[in-house]
Unconditional design. Sequence first.
Length: 422
Amino acid sequence: MWQKTGDVITLEDWAEIRRLHRAEKMPIKAIARMLGVSKNTVRRALRASEPPRYEREGPGSVVDAVEPRIRLLLKDYPRMPATVIAERIGWTQSITVLRDRVRELRPAYLPVDPASRTAYDPGELAQCDLWFPPVRVPLGSGQSGSPPVLVAVSGYSRWLAGTMICSRESADLICGQWEVLCQLGAVPKALVWDNEGAVGSWRQGRPQLTDAFNAFRGLLGCGVILNRPRDPESKGIVERANEYLETSFLPGRAFTSPQDFNAQLGEWMTLANSRFRRHLDCAPADRIAADRAAMMALPPIGTSQLGWHATVRLPRDYYVRVASNDYSVHPSVIGRRVRVHARLDRVQVTCDGRLVADHPRCWAARQTITDPGHRDAAAVLRREYRHVSAAASGRDGALEVEQRSLDVYDALTGTRADGEVA
């Protein structure tokens, strides 16, 4: 409302004045006489470009008197807590009203760090992250744990892919990265990661990838964008996907193994990618074709190129170690150099191109995995070795021991045949 020279005009009066003047062509004097307001009030209503608003001036606050001192402190120390400000200015009133005023004033003295809203082109990038589900998954051998899940989301289509991996070590993470790219069906032009140790980190003001991940991105032919520390907004898409997994996928589920977890996750992601997304005005499944068309094709990477690789000389106990677990190898290659290759699902050992061990990957820790065939072969080889050793020393068969006559011992001790001492 407006109030001037004793006249109070409402929104309805304002609209009626303008109607009478514009539509009925009624003069100002006649309008004033009809509505019982002054002519100046009618003129102000006709000149106004906005409807009248009633605004009552506030009663003020006890903080108003100390606001200049608060501003001086914030100018020099913009992050000073409100409790410290209260101490510096000798504040004795309610700390709540002081906090509210400091909260209003502080942004004017802080540096601005805006988070831009980015529009993604098809095939441009995919955001990646490790999600640690708050659930215990049986790992075998009576152990359980919460292995990480590598999650990737395409920026344009919002296609969600993910798989549980054994650990966040470089070899396992790269195997998981390849798995989610296979689920995506193509390679985006760039992968976005935060400061994950197996991927890289910021050093001396610049991002630096690990040698293993650099080699992997070279095989893919794509770029890797490494976010600065403490910058979660840069990969907000995958952060929201992690929350989505935690609130929509996990509730009400139980898992018998990591393989069961991945099987259930795969089924759920098929449904999730076909659900309508309001911010896309479609489902990710409706956009993925255009996304893949703009991406690069998956390179011909063999399974032997990814995972753990090591070359060792096989010891006498014919076991090799991967992570904290020991896996048996055929004992016929003891003492020779063997090549160990471990993926997320299997551990294989070769010698001169010949497969001498093939085990499922054990997700539990500090376990010994033995192939019964290797144990039986070791027993046979051990018996053959003993036979060959005995033959080489002229003792083929049972070992013969010389038996001396008891008279020899009697002569040495001086004992007669009747038992008396000579």
